[in-house]
Design a protein around this ligand. Structure first.
Ligand code: 5GP
Ligand code: ZN
Length: 136
């Protein structure tokens, strides 16, 4: 897709720092990293988000994320890593071409992904569980 930033990175139209490549995907450093080494797993095919992927694709891309996370720890001295994957603008997805963020974390470093915990009553939690598991 001509107007898709990640399709243009895949085609080489937009330069990127590739740190991994195989037949199905690349990993490139994020242009605005949350921490040093922040990489993106980007499929070579244009699919909007996780809902458009089949199970073998999901397995392949997340295996690549694991590989990059292991390298961040081995080669950059990261103490851990976050795997973050946004689906839809409401979830913070800004580039509508599926991708996985692999964000190295360094002990004592800044907090990166956080949400405010809530304390709903048990009835509300049960209702949500019922809705998620109902056949209708
Ligand atoms: P999203 O918010 O969609 O999950 O993440 C999109 C990510 O793509 C952002 O972290 C942003 O910094 C990164 N990004 C956007 N444009 C470019 C680009 O041209 N090159 C690279 N390497 N990363 C980009
Ligand atoms: Zn694309």
């Amino acid at each position: 897709m001509d107007n898709c930033v990640f399709c243009r990175i895949i085609s080489g139209d937009i330069p990127s720092l590739r740190v991994y490549e195989d037949e199905e995907c690349i990993a490139a450093l994020d242009i605005n990293p949350a921490s040093p080494g922040h990489a993106l797993i980007i499929p070579k095919v244009h699919k909007k988000d996780l809902t458009e992927l089949d199970v073998p694709e999901i397995a392949h891309y997340f295996a690549a994320a694991r590989l990059i996370g292991e390298r961040q720890m081995e080669k950059l001295g990261a103490d851990g890593f976050n795997v973050v994957q946004n689906n839809g603008p409401a979830a913070g997805q800004t580039v509508l071409h599926f991708h996985i963020h692999v964000i190295p974390r360094y002990a004592g470093g800044p907090q990166i992904a956080a949400w405010k915990q809530t304390e709903p009553d048990p009835g509300f939690l049960r209702e949500i569980a019922e809705r998620l598991t109902s056949e209708a």
